[in-house]
Write a protein that binds this ligand. Sequence first.
Ligand SMILES: [Zn+2]
Ligand SMILES: [Zn+2]
Length: 392
Amino acid sequence: MTPPSPKPPIRWLNLAVLGLPILVVLTLVPWYGINYGYDLYEWGWCLSLLIFCEMSITAGYHRLWSHKAYKAHPVLKFIFVLGGACALQNDCITWASDHRRHHLYVDDNDKDPYSAGKGFWYSHFEWMIRDFDSTKEDTSNVKDLLSDPILSWQRQHYLVLLLLMNVAVPVLIGFLHGDIWGSLLLAGFLRLVLSQHFTYLINSAAHIWGSRDYDPQQTARDNWFISLFTFGEGYHNYHHTFAWDYRNGIKWYHWDPTKWLIKFCSWIGLTYNLRQCSVYRQELKRLQVQYNHALVSCEKVIDSPSWREKLELEYNQLVETLNHWAELKQQWYQAKSAQLSTDLHEKFNDLDTESLRQRYRLLKIELEGKRRSWQALLNTFTSLPSPSPQSA
Ligand SMILES: [Zn+2]
Ligand SMILES: [Zn+2]
């Protein structure tokens, strides 16, 4: 048996920068709280800076720069690079380069910088504090970002910016309030450690716990609970499947403050060209996964050929209706916009538009019915009797 290969050397600077704040949070923060106490002003700044850091990472570093899910005004980009330095998660170019490799080689232990295949501890923290080959800097995949003047400026002045945001700002907040240590400990150290570990949960926990409705071949999971701490990034299986979508939580009720921020900014002109996956593509992908999963379950039940037939029939009918619905929806939208355009007005008269609308509505009802019966069929698989040992 070959002995396990020795671990790469520790990056002492990274360990000190990431580890010392944890020590402060575990010792000085509670000690100061017990002896002197913290007030609402300090807790308020701790929370505000936490939101600022997290949103700069999720909306800026992640969805804007790593995935180009939308475009942003330079003012917003500037705010994001300040927040990114405050979050102390490296400069944006390095962060995005690692993240693009994570998506491209997800779960490949040799190439994914924070591969979940190497365990919780590795993907959460260890990948940053040891000199692993997969984490060596390689900016060949972020040439587009290297030419961004705001990102180049941040990279060039990263050390000054991180000191400014993590030391000068908390000290100033405390100075204005008459308690520099209280602010430094809460708005500085506690906020920093919380924001960093909330983000790390996306690489660790969101690749371990949750459902895989869009791509079961990889470890990324959808987990609403993780979304509560990560400002919407917990819908990670969807994100790994449609990474260019500016949303991670696609339903209106999915907790995704990052998508709400991006959407809100589009109303005031700070963001534009928001990219979004169609309902049709999402649903088709999810149906394919359900169908493949049900086919496997079929093998485990009595009378599997007739169940397989039923399954194929229902699936094909549903996909056909879904295709038809998507086509009609597009035609109806085309007709609606044509009514506003003089060039195309001849192609669709009012009568055509009304008839399209009616057909679209009817098909929508039919689709709802088919979705329900498909779901009922999937549910029956869980209650079907398995073959007995003799009949197997
Ligand atoms: Zn991931
Ligand atoms: Zn991503």
